[in-house]
Structure formats: structure tokens, C-alpha cells
Design a protein around this ligand. Structure first.
Ligand code: PGA
Length: 241
């Protein structure tokens, strides 16, 4: 892993956006793996800002999102469909037919997950954006997830449900499950851009980098990947010193 420590979230987002857009410069038809949550918002905002200044074309790009709640409608403002449209897709010229996000309402989950996994195999991800949960999860691969896991329906841990409840007005309506790319799916990306911000992530980041590769910290599986660029702000990196 290559590790870059920056001063704050603004710098993290700026640096991540440069890498994101550089990928587009390298390959016009790049395949991006995208993540949601608070961490990548600054990155997407910056990408949109730079896109609006001109010079970038997303029309040949494909995107695969890491995960989506289950059950949730794509119109629900807490869905990751809604989030992605709101922060990124509505503002760039990506072709809607090239956007892939797990279906939060699909009836036959197994068939859908197999299809999603196959689409990713057929369109290998050039750059995967990745965050980490306080419990070390990547995507919704909670502690205990197999390192060989593929795209599938998972139960969210009580800790994740609690942490993500901050986004939901009605706390009774928080989904208990999600469809997520597996750890093995994520590790197949050619490059991974890993982002973490804030002291709450410091322990998980430490375990990811220095811990044994273990199911207890799903992110530790990234030690197996050859091309992970880790960008941390000072707070997320505080235990590394
Ligand atoms: P966050 O989520 O960016 O909202 O902290 C990251 C994650 O849970 O993977």
C-alpha cells in the first residue's frame, strides 16, 4: 500500500478528485467502482466542480457501485441510487445505461447478485473508490465476511445500522440488509483508491494496515492487493505515527 497523509478532509477530497480525473485522462472508457457514505462526498463535489470547468468527458465511462440497502426503493432519498444521482450522476455526462448500482428491490437476489458479479468480471474495474467503516468493513462486508466473498445479500451489523441511522429521519425504517460487492470482487479492481477521514476511523485504519489479515477487519484483505493508494487525513492517521 502507498499511504498519503494530508492535513484535512478538504485536501483529501482535492487529491482524490485529481486521481479520479487522471484515471479518466488515462482511459476515456474507464470503469469506476464507486462508494457512498460521507467520506467520498468531497471527492464527488470536487469532480463535479472541475468537470463544470470543462475538459472532461464521462460519456464512455462505466460505473459500478459497491452496495445498496435492501429493501429500499431507488427513489428513497436514503438509497444509494438517490445519493449517487444527487452528488454525481446528475451533474456529469455519464450515460445512464452505463451506471450499475445493486437493485435494492430485486425479488431474486441470488440471480441478481450473480448477474452483477458477471457484469463486473466482463468490465473489470480500473479504479475502485473505497472507504472503511469504524468496524473495518469495506462495502457492506462486515467483520466475519469471507475474504473470498462475491456480490451477495448480507445482514448489516447492529453497529453499522446504528452509525448509518444518522441519515434516516425514521429510525424504524433503516434497512437491516444490503446487497454488496464481496471482498473478492473488490480485490479484483485494478487500482483501489482508499479514503478515510476523522479520528473515528483511526483504529480501523491501523488494523487494516498493521493488523493480520483477518475476518475481524475485512479491510485488512487490502494488504493482498498490489495497487492500493491510501489517502488519510491527519485524524484518521493518528495511530500510525
Ligand atoms: P462513511 O462510511 O464514509 O459514511 O464514514 C464509510 C463506510 O462505512 O464504508
Amino acid at each position: 500500500m502507498e499511504i498519503i497523509i494530508v492535513e484535512n478532509y478538504k485536501e483529501l477530497s482535492q487529491k482524490a478528485a485529481e486521481i479520479f480525473l487522471n484515471q479518466l485522462n488515462i482511459k476515456l472508457n474507464s470503469v469506476f467502482g464507486l462508494s457512498t457514505g460521507s467520506t467520498p462526498v468531497g471527492l464527488y463535489n470536487k469532480v463535479v466542480e472541475l468537470y463544470k470547468k470543462g475538459g472532461y468527458d464521462f460519456s464512455f465511462v462505466k460505473t459500478f457501485n459497491l452496495d445498496e440497502y435492501y429493501l429500499i426503493s431507488s427513489e428513497n432519498k436514503n438509497s444509494y441510487h438517490f445519493f449517487m444521482n444527487d452528488v454525481l450522476f446528475n451533474h456529469i455526462n455519464v450515460d445512464k445505461k452505463n451506471i450499475f448500482i445493486p437493485d435494492g428491490e430485486v425479488k431474486d437476489c441470488d440471480a441478481f447478485c450473480d448477474w452483477y458479479e458477471k457484469e463486473i468480471s466482463n468490465n473489470p474495474i480500473d479504479l475502485q473508490i473505497l472507504g472503511i467503516g469504524e468496524n473495518g468493513h469495506i462495502g457492506f462486508n462486515e467483520p466475519g465476511s469471507s475474504l473470498d466473498s462475491k456480490t451477495r445479500l448480507v445482514d448489516l451489523s447492529p453497529e453499522t445500522i446504528k452509525i448509518n441511522s444518522r441519515f434516516f429521519d425514521d429510525k424504524n425504517n433503516i434497512p437491516r440488509q444490503a446487497i454488496t460487492m464481496g471482498i473478492d470482487t473488490i480485490l479484483k479492481a485494478k487500482n483501489i483508491l482508499f479514503l478515510a477521514s476523522g479520528a473515528k476511523k483511526a483504529k480501523a485504519v491501523y488494523d487494516m494496515i498493521y493488523g493480520n489479515i483477518s475476518l475481524d477487519c475485512p479491510a485488512s484483505a487490502l494488504q493482498r492487493h498490489k495497487k492500493v493508494l491510501v489517502i488519510l487525513d491527519k485524524d484518521a492517521a493518528e495511530l500510525l505515527k
